[in-house]
Design a protein around this ligand. Structure first.
Ligand code: ZN
Length: 131
């Protein structure tokens, strides 16, 4: 993967390079385009696990980035604002029956800010996230 990521960063330590090489080593990669994405993600405060950026730009799997989560106080205030109503199914739930959702997802430029937080019932949140 050296040719794919020519710029050394200390965040590269501990990345499963052997596994990535087995999966992507034979596919031609646009090193300049990947580097541009790495640079942008390194300075994105929403990305809490910088080491995961290399795996993410190859796999597209957001789980590697540990994207910032809403704090409990932010979830609680969204819950109170919505009066416990899920905006998708319009049913009322207890706080424990709901999960925080980014109205505008991170990949579309959404941030982990109170105005971008809504509470969805567990079922609708999992459907939205594609589980
Ligand atoms: Zn719902």
């Amino acid at each position: 993967m050296k040719a794919t990521f020519p710029k050394y960063r200390s965040d590269m330590k501990g990345v499963a390079w052997g596994d990535l090489y087995n999966r992507f080593g034979r596919d031609p990669q646009d090193a300049a385009a990947l580097e541009a994405r790495v640079v942008a993600l390194m300075s994105d405060d929403e990305v809490e696990r910088k080491k995961g950026i290399y795996t993410y730009v190859l796999t597209g799997e957001e789980k590697w980035l540990n994207l910032r989560q809403f704090r409990n106080s932010e979830k609680r205030s969204a819950f109170e604002r919505q009066k416990g109503v899920c905006p998708v199914c319009t049913e009322t739930f207890p706080f424990e029956g709901m999960e925080a959702d980014h109205k505008k997802p991170w990949r579309a430029g959404g941030k982990t800010t109170p105005d971008n937080c809504q509470m969805l019932c567990i079922k609708d949140n999992r459907l939205k996230s594609g589980f």
